[in-house]
Design a protein around this ligand. Structure first.
Ligand SMILES: [Zn+2]
Length: 98
């Protein structure tokens, strides 16, 4: 279940809901159930889209970007010099930063 792409839920939901509303059997009372199942699928697809791992990948990319930039935005608490965010020790006084 975790491996199924959110887009799949969205498509299935639209197909089920659309078929029950506009399909050849539209108007049949039992199709209302299918319509709601379709809506649930669409909803679930949207939820999965919001919490999809691609968002996490963006964060990692951002982190890597910051790292490559190497902007010294970690200030040494001992000598107040700027250090790279990934530095373990201060480059001036060797104070441990992390
Ligand atoms: Zn220092």
């Amino acid at each position: 279940m975790a491996k199924i792409h959110w887009f799949f839920y969205l498509v299935v939901g639209i197909v089920i809901a659309g078929y029950s509303k506009f399909g050849p059997m539209a108007g049949e009372p039992f199709l209302n159930v299918f319509f709601y199942i379709g809506v649930v699928f669409i909803f679930w697809g949207i939820v999965k889209m919001i919490f999809s791992p691609s968002g996490r990948r963006d964060k990692v990319m951002k982190y890597k970007e910051e790292k490559s930039k190497g902007s010294g935005n970690v200030v040494c608490p001992k000598c107040k010099s700027n250090n790279f965010t990934y530095s373990r020790y201060c480059h001036i006084c060797a104070y441990r930063l992390h």
